[in-house]
Design a binder for this molecule. Structure first.
Ligand SMILES: Cc1ncc(COP(=O)(O)O)c(C=O)c1O
Length: 424
C-alpha cells in the first residue's frame, strides 16, 4: 500500500473504496463526482450501509432487532435505505419524526427519545400513533397524559433509564453519573407511580443508553445485560410483562490507528447468551429487544471529499488548505466533544499510490485555528485542485456541524447505489 496511507485508511480503502490510484465509491471514481457536483461533497455508499445493517442484524439475530438512530445522518434517503432493509427508526425531534414517516417507516416501528421534547412534538407523536414515546422527565408524563386524554387515544410509553452502572470504554458516557437523559435508575418506583396515575398512558417498555463510540464488545454486553435486569425489575414492579427493551446504540467504529473494530463474533456469542437469559424469565420472554445504533450503521459508509486550494509553508510546517472544513465536518476537526483531538483517516483521493512527502496540517477555509482537519498527517506532494478524502464520515458529519459559520455554501450529499450516484 502506498506510503502516505496509514494502516486503518489502507484497510478501509481495501475493503470499501478499492481503486488503483484513485478512490472509487460504489464503483464510481471520486473525481467524476467532484467534476459533476463540485466540492466539498459528502458521498455515501448504499451497499456499505446495507452490509453494516445486515452484518449487525445477523450477529444479534434471535436476540434483538436493529433500528437506525436517525440523528447519526438524518438525510431522508438514508432513513429510507434502512427502512427498506427492514429497520425501525429512533427519532429525537419532530423533524426526525417527519423524516421517518416520509421514509415509509411504519408508525409502530418508530421510537421517540430525547431529554426536552416540546409539547407540539409530543402532540405530533401522539397523532402519528408511533410505536413508543420514551419519557425522560415528570413534566413530559404530565403533558403526554393530557395530550392523550384530549386526543382520546392511548399512548405507549417506555421509560428512559439513566443506569447506575456506567458503560466503560466509550467516548461519551451517558450512564452512572448525573445526567439530563432519562430517569435515574434509583427513582424507577416514582416514575412507575406517576405513570400509573395516567389513565391513557400504557407503560410497555424500558430504554437504556449509556454511551457512544464503544469498541469493546464486553462493555456493550455488560450494558445490555444490565438492561435486561432493569426490564425484569420494572416488570416485577408493574406485575405484567414488558413489551420492549431498548438497549440503545453506542456501537463504535475505528477512527484512529489504535482503535480496533468491534468484534461482531463476540457480540453474536454474547447476544445468544442474553437471549437464553431472557427466555428463562416469564415476564421478559415475549419482549422485543431493540438496538438503535447510528454511527455503526452509517459511519463507514460515508466520505467527505475536499479540493486542495493552496499548499503553503509557515515556519517549517506545511499547510494544505482545502475548500472544506469544520463547518461541514465538526467531528473530524476534533471539536464535537472529543477529549483528545486525533486525526480521522485521511487520504489523497486521486493519488492513493503516491509516497508521503512529509507530515502536513490539513486546514479548511475558516478564519479560526479550530478549522484543522488533520494536525500531522502524512500526505504526498499536493497542489491546488487535488482531492483529499476524510474516511469514516457517514455519521455525525454534516448534521453535527455548524454549517452556517462563515456562510460558505452547504455541501451536496450524494448517495451511490447500484453504481448510480444520486444527489440526496
Ligand atoms: C437515545 C439515543 N439512541 C441512539 C443514539 C445513537 O448513538 P450511536 O450513534 O453512538 O449508536 C444516541 C446518540 O446520542 C442516543 O442519544
Amino acid at each position: 500500500m502506498s506510503a502516505h496511507i496509514a494502516s486503518l485508511a489502507a484497510e478501509l480503502l481495501a475493503r470499501n473504496f478499492g481503486g488503483t490510484d484513485e478512490l472509487l465509491i460504489g464503483g464510481v471514481p471520486i473525481s467524476r463526482l467532484v467534476h459533476e457536483h463540485g466540492s466539498p461533497l459528502f458521498v455515501y455508499d448504499a451497499d456499505i450501509a446495507r452490509r453494516r445493517y445486515r452484518d449487525l442484524s445477523a450477529a444479534v439475530s434471535g436476540f434483538a432487532s436493529v433500528f437506525y438512530s436517525v440523528k447519526a445522518n438524518p438525510n431522508p434517503e438514508i432513513a429510507r435505505l434502512f427502512v427498506e432493509e427492514g429497520a425501525g427508526l429512533e427519532v429525537a425531534s419532530a423533524r426526525e419524526l417527519q423524516i421517518a414517516l416520509q421514509a415509509g417507516a411504519p408508525a409502530s416501528r418508530i421510537l421517540f427519545a430525547g431529554p426536552g421534547k416540546g409539547e407540539s412534538e409530543l402532540e405530533f407523536a401522539v397523532r402519528a400513533r408511533i410505536g413508543e414515546v420514551h419519557v425522560e422527565c415528570f413534566e413530559e408524563i404530565q403533558t403526554l397524559g393530557r395530550l392523550a386524554q384530549d386526543a382520546g387515544q392511548r399512548v405507549r410509553i417506555g421509560i428512559r433509564v439513566n443506569p447506575i452502572a456506567a458503560a466503560q470504554g466509550g467516548a461519551m458516557r451517558m450512564g452512572g453519573k448525573p445526567a439530563a437523559f432519562g430517569f435515574d435508575e434509583e427513582s424507577l418506583a416514582d416514575v412507575i407511580e406517576a405513570l400509573a396515575g395516567q389513565a391513557m398512558l400504557d407503560l410497555v417498555g424500558v430504554h437504556l443508553f449509556a454511551g457512544t463510540q464503544i469498541l469493546d464488545a464486553d462493555t456493550l454486553l455488560v450494558q445490555w445485560g444490565h438492561g435486561l435486569d432493569v426490564a425484569a425489575r420494572v416488570a416485577q414492579m408493574i406485575e405484567r410483562p414488558i413489551e420492549t427493551i431498548d438497549l440503545g446504540g453506542g456501537l463504535g467504529i475505528p477512527y484512529h490507528g489504535a482503535d480496533r473494530a468491534l468484534d461482531l463474533g463476540k457480540i453474536a456469542a454474547g447476544a445468544s447468551r442474553l437471549a437464553a437469559r431472557k427466555a428463562s424469565d416469564a415476564l421478559l420472554r415475549d419482549a422485543r429487544v431493540v438496538l438503535e445504533p447510528g454511527r455503526f450503521l452509517m459511519g463507514e459508509a460515508g466520505i467527505y471529499v475536499m479540493s486542495v486550494r493552496a499548499v503553503k509553508q509557515s515556519r517549517g510546517t506545511r499547510f494544505v488548505v482545502a475548500d472544506g472544513g469544520m463547518h461541514h465536518h465538526l467531528a473530524a476537526s476534533g471539536n464535537l466533544g472529543q477529549v483528545m483531538k486525533r486525526d480521522y483517516p485521511i487520504v489523497a483521493a486521486t493519488k492513493l499510490r503516491a509516497a508521503a512527502q512529509d507530515v502536513a496540517a490539513l486546514v479548511g477555509p475558516l478564519c479560526t485555528p479550530l478549522d484543522t482537519l488533520a494536525r500531522q498527517t502524512a500526505l504526498p506532494v499536493l497542489a491546488a485542485g487535488d482531492l483529499v478524502a476524510v474516511l469514516q464520515s457517514g455519521a455525525y458529519g454534516l448534521t453535527a456541524s455548524p454549517v452556517n459559520f462563515l456562510s460558505h455554501p452547504a455541501p451536496k450529499e450524494i448517495l451511490v447505489s447500484g453504481g448510480e450516484p444520486l444527489v440526496i
